[in-house]
Write a protein of this length. Structure first.
Length: 200
């Protein structure tokens, strides 16, 4: 399945100089993870208040790109410099779920015509990540399969922020967009569970 996640190796290569600089300055993987969670809170707050200033919508494309970089860096730091830990794994998994809810929640304010679909979208996003985590429980590894993984959702929300910033409105067809995203999330969850069970 097509997914932004497949671009991760290239993205990590670009981040290698930053990784080395962070390590040189004694920044740990867990500190990067906590920074990512705090950044998500800032993104959520700015997004929620974007009705006060349209510029706050840019917190989505810019902030989510930074969050993706931090999420990649913490894993790279942990693996390359032997900083893997149970605490780091918990921070990663719980932090991602909490961060997603905080960032997605303002959609309820700006797209009220799709209220129920957005609630379902948030819930199925959590289920999708749980399905990926089950890969470690019943299979051999954490699953990140698409077509609607964390990176894909970040891309869509980033594009949403750009579109609204430039004056576009999706209110007339937002129900179709969120309906399609939910369908892709269900497919993604199914693929993750299927591959995990196959590995088992």
């Amino acid at each position: 399945m097509i997914s932004v996640y497949k671009l991760k190796p290239k993205f990590q290569q670009l981040l290698t100089p930053i990784l080395l600089w962070l390590h040189k300055n004694n920044i740990t993987a867990n500190q990067i993870t906590v920074s990512s969670i705090l950044l998500s809170v800032v993104i959520g707050i700015l997004f929620w208040n974007a009705d006060l200033s349209r510029w706050f919508f840019l917190s989505l494309p810019i902030g989510l790109l930074l969050r993706m970089a931090l999420n990649a860096l913490d894993g790279m730091m942990a693996r390359k410099f032997n900083q893997t830990s149970k605490l780091g794994e918990v921070l990663n998994e719980v932090g991602d779920l909490v961060s997603d809810v905080i960032i997605f929640f303002p959609l309820l304010k700006f797209q009220p015509e799709s209220l129920y679909l957005i609630v379902i979208f948030i819930l199925v996003s959590i289920i999708n990540e749980f399905a990926g985590l089950l890969g470690k429980v019943v299979g051999k590894e954490r699953r990140y399969d698409g077509p609607m993984g964390k990176s894909d959702r970040a891309l869509i929300l980033g594009l949403y922020g750009l579109a609204v910033f430039f004056g576009a409105s999706i209110s007339g067809f937002s129900q179709y967009i969120f309906g399609a995203i939910i369908l892709l999330l269900v497919i993604s969850s199914y693929i993750r569970l299927k591959k995990s069970l196959h590995e088992a």
